[in-house]
Design a protein around this ligand. Sequence first.
Ligand code: PBG
Length: 335
Amino acid sequence: MHKQDFGHYPATRLRRLRRSPALRALVAENSLSAADLIWPLFVIEGENKVEDISAMPGVQRHSIDRLVAEAKKARQLGIPALALFPKIEAGLKDSEGSLSTDPDNLVCRAVRAVKAAVPELVIICDVALDPYTDHGHDGLLRDGVIVNDETVAVLVQQALTLAGAGCDVIAPSDMMDGRVGAIRSGLDAAGFEQVSILSYAVKYASAFYGPFREAVGAGSQLGGDGKKTYQMNPANAEEGLREVGLDLAEGADMVMVKPGLPYLDVIRLVRSQYAVPCMAYQVSGEYAMLMAAIENGWLDRDRVILESLIAFKRAGASAVLTYFAPFVAEQLIPR
Ligand code: PBG
């Protein structure tokens, strides 16, 4: 039985429920609130420093003291979670991404500072080597190949380092096979059984990450296949279900689909198969596209941003990582 009744005109007039703002609100199938937002923020060394990112107008990199101010703003706006991304100075990178496991690295210091100032915010950190490797790959490179199992061993150490700094949610974004299980065992063995894992389970080899790579200064010299030997082919959707299935079996608490708007079908597919919180990442290139049109006066800023985000809710996303988070949260405050 289909749940729709196939009433027809003139007895059925769908416009009756669109007559007024109150009626439209009453029958809305989805809603967006600040609680649905995760705010990705870029961190740099230094004091009282804020840098613009040319391909992401309105988004900045912040030194830790300025990041703390942003975190306080997030709490005031009702945004529950931040995702922190470090921009590592070129001189500190090496082929092994050694700094990733240093408990005093930039992102660990940022986590400690934000947790100390705003303990109730959920702090999410990426596990992947790309901010730290001089070649810009998420894993270790041996004879031109990204090696899986050796990388996973380092990722476990990176996850433990982040958990030790106070990170609440470990988010492996590297797409190595088996990393979720290895990280879960590592965390549990070290007494971090309450630290959760948000797996970037369905992450595509996407051109939409371009502005992010400028923001963190990584990935301009990846070589031939780029990240295609570990990130997914944009042609595939069902393979995403295998990725989600494996990550859940290995202990992921939440999964993510990334990028966002071009992959709403995949979010819907995941939600139709698995009862698990599914996050979506409206990535840097999506932000850049919208901002380019907004700044040219071609799209209406307030309306197009809200419409882009309700689309994620409609597709079934539990929450959305978006650079628009503070702007949107401000819009959503009832006045
Ligand atoms: C690192 C990572 C990337 C993004 C988030 N974590 C880039 C990549 O995989 O190359 C992209 C986020 C964005 O574009 O906003 N693994």
